[in-house]
Design a protein around this ligand. Sequence first.
Ligand SMILES: C[S@@+](CC[C@H](N)C(=O)[O-])C[C@H]1O[C@@H](n2cnc3c(N)ncnc32)[C@H](O)[C@@H]1O
Length: 245
Amino acid sequence: MHDDGYFDERVAARYDDSSAEMFDPAVVDPVVDLLVELAGHGRALELGIGTGRIALPLTQRGVPVHGIELSNAMAARLRAKPGGEDIGVTIGDFATTSVDGTFSVAYLVFNTIMNLTTQAEQVACFRNVSAHLEPGGCFVIEVGVPGLQRLPPGETIRAFHVSETRWGLDEFDVAVQGLTSHHFTIVDGKLERVSIPFRYAWPAELDLMAELAGMRLRERWSGWKREPFTSDSRKHVSVWEKPAV
Ligand SMILES: C[S@@+](CC[C@H](N)C(=O)[O-])C[C@H]1O[C@@H](n2cnc3c(N)ncnc32)[C@H](O)[C@@H]1O
């Protein structure tokens, strides 16, 4: 693995295009609306800020945002965008990196908690966030519900994207809550492969991590428009809060 983690220059160069559907205002606006509300008059901390998909529009709505990001290549893409220079980014691991000041909201979207591939790292991340939140502040995570119900018995691999030029396969290792997403893309006529390891976690395990970090669950929805979270939900948006006293 490169110093930039799995989001090195090759991945960063096509991140916005390959995730184009996630940049659609229909996807971004509800995220920003909710974060504006949770931020109130305070500052927001984005873990894994990437190329600024959420941070840039959130800043434009008047919320000061600071980011923590492992990948220099991703941060460089953010800086190159209009308004990107105004967003502070600390290069480091969001499980352990400290930044100055406190925040009214911290957020970790687009499944990025799963980029921490051990339970210990995920717990450390919750503790790190809690240390940065002001009393009454919130931590928001958007992450998929582990897709094991869609895996046929005995199988370990499931396709999550199939198109003319791109194929995505998720490979599960249930014993260690491991999930490797394999992305195969045809670029300039050649097949390129990027495989990224994740650790999946059930909502209840994340709640326990929050509790270990001194936070408690305030809300859980299945989407950013506060859709109800049910047994059929494929993802959740969860909000934990640090007690006000
Ligand atoms: C799926 S992208 C999401 C980027 C952005 N938040 C968005 O929603 O478009 C995940 C980002 O998290 C960063 N990342 C992954 N693990 C990290 C870690 N341990 N510490 C800091 N950044 C990390 C990656 O480099 C990448 O930029």
